[in-house]
Write a protein that binds this ligand. Structure first.
Ligand code: LLP
Length: 426
């Protein structure tokens, strides 16, 4: 399903023209579709259903991909659990109506305060990533009189074949317990009074388009689960992480959830353990776009620049990973005064931030006028979640479209609140 379609008032999301969103809430502005979010979740559930696994699986949305309360609340209503990586994310999940008993807590460095908060909330499981974390968690659990439910996140040493910054499953990565050390650490965990061994966890990277590495990791994990069972350590659940890739370019389709998940699910179908998945990007990425307006056209000798009002602080992925996002004209609601349409040419789409790395797209063939609206597609994941206030730029508004309605789910920040926590010297 494509997020946008062309209507008589230009590009629209569901039944709402993007020009109306811009007029009402200004730009830059993130726009999400409730129907697209619901469909992405449904695709996961259907894939699990097709393998007879729906009844014993938990889809834990990875909050880091987009932590807006409305999005968390929508997934909670659909029955999702949540994968968190901080106390802040736990607080968001609870504020959005999520329940702690469906929360798994990932991450290579959890503070004792975060451990305590998660124990007190009663989360489903801690995904423990090191021997030292296990000991710390045991101590904290003892101090609050609880047993911490634990999975070990194992590092299967599998090449996920994705961008190095988002590849996590090689032994050179900081993530997870080395595969060869996991068995002994499980024995240690099983011997600790304040630890309750529940499961196993594995996440090898993000934006994976080929299901083979994830299936290879699953094989390794399952072999370890069987070895543990033979040694008397029976696990209740297997968490295979997130990582399914999405479509970023019109000419580069991503696999459907059913196709991507199928090799993994086939391996799990005959087993008794419960399943957990931690999808982030694949639930929200294609369900959101970043709406921006062309402020300045700056033709040059070598390159032509279109300076838009969104920048690397709003969408960091191009600057950080050299990531590609398709950029299309909204085609209505443009404020260009001149009737003349700019000739089509190759533009560098850049923001106003004072860095040469501040670009949203290179070499985009577009016919532009100042005032035109552009949609930067596939921006629902790791867009707003990674936004900053660099250059003292207030973060963008976020809007959820639902049929013919638009809901402001995060108002635009104002400048005064950017420096409100700061004080000058006495
Ligand atoms: N579980 C764990 C333990 C993770 O570290 C991640 C993502 C996920 C689940 C969700 O992965 P997903 O389904 O979204 O691929 N900022 C980068 C992506 C960083 C991913 C970090 N971990 C980007 O914009 O591409």
């Amino acid at each position: 399903m494509s997020l946008t379609s062309m209507g008589k008032n230009g590009l629209q999301v569901e039944s709402v023209p993007l020009s109306e969103v811009a007029q009402r809430f200004g730009t830059p502005c993130y726009v999400y579709s409730r129907a697209a979010l619901t469909a992405a979740y449904g695709a996961y559930r259907d894939a699990l259903q097709a393998h007879g696994l729906a009844g014993r699986s938990l889809i834990c949305y990875a909050v880091k991909a987009n932590s807006n309360l409305a999005i968390l609340n929508l997934f909670a209503r659909l029955g999702a659990g949540f994968d968190i990586v901080s106390g802040g994310e736990l607080a968001r999940v609870l504020a959005a109506g999520g329940t702690a008993d469906k929360v798994v807590f990932s991450g290579v460095g959890k503070s004792r305060t975060e451990m305590r908060a998660a124990l007190e909330a009663g989360i489903h499981c801690f995904n423990v990533e090191s021997a030292s974390e296990l000991e710390q968690l045991s101590e904290v659990a003892g101090s609050v009189g609880r047993r911490a439910p634990v999975s070990l996140r194992v590092n299967p040493d599998v090449d996920a074949k994705t961008h190095p910054y988002i590849s996590t499953g090689l032994k050179t990565a900081k993530f997870g317990v080395a595969f060869g050390e996991a068995f002994d650490l499980y024995r240690r965990a099983a011997s600790l009074a304040h630890i309750s061994v529940k499961g196993i966890d594995c996440h090898i990277g993000s934006q994976l388009l080929d299901p083979a590495p994830a299936a290879e990791a699953a094989d390794k994990v399952l072999a370890l689960v069987d070895r543990l069972a033979a040694a008397g350590i029976a696990l209740e659940h297997i968490d295979l992480g997130g990582g399914m890739g999405i479509q970023y370019r019109a000419d580069e389709p991503a696999p459907a959830a059913a196709a991507y998940l199928s090799p993994m699910l086939a391996r799990l179908a005959g087993r008794r353990e419960k399943l957990v998945f931690e999808p982030g990007r694949s639930l929200v990425g294609n369900a959101g776009l970043l709406l921006t307006r062309v402020d300045v056209l700056k033709p040059g000798e070598e390159k032509h620049f279109a300076v838009v009002d969104a920048a690397m602080n709003d969408l960091m992925r191009p600057a950080l990973y050299d990531a590609w996002h398709d950029i299309v004209k909204v085609g209505a609601g443009d404020t260009a005064t001149s009737a003349a349409t700019g000739a089509s040419m190759s533009y560098e789409i850049v923001g106003p931030v004072c860095e040469s790395g501040d670009f949203l797209g290179h070499d985009r063939e577009l016919a532009l006028n100042e005032g035109d609206l552009l949609a930067i597609l596939s921006a629902g994941a790791y867009g707003m979640a990674m936004a900053s206030n660099y250059n003292s730029r207030p973060r963008a508004a976020e809007v959820m479209v639902d049929g013919d309605a638009m809901h402001l789910i995060r108002r635009r920040e104002n400048i005064a609140e950017l420096f409100a926590p700061e004080t000058v010297l006495p």
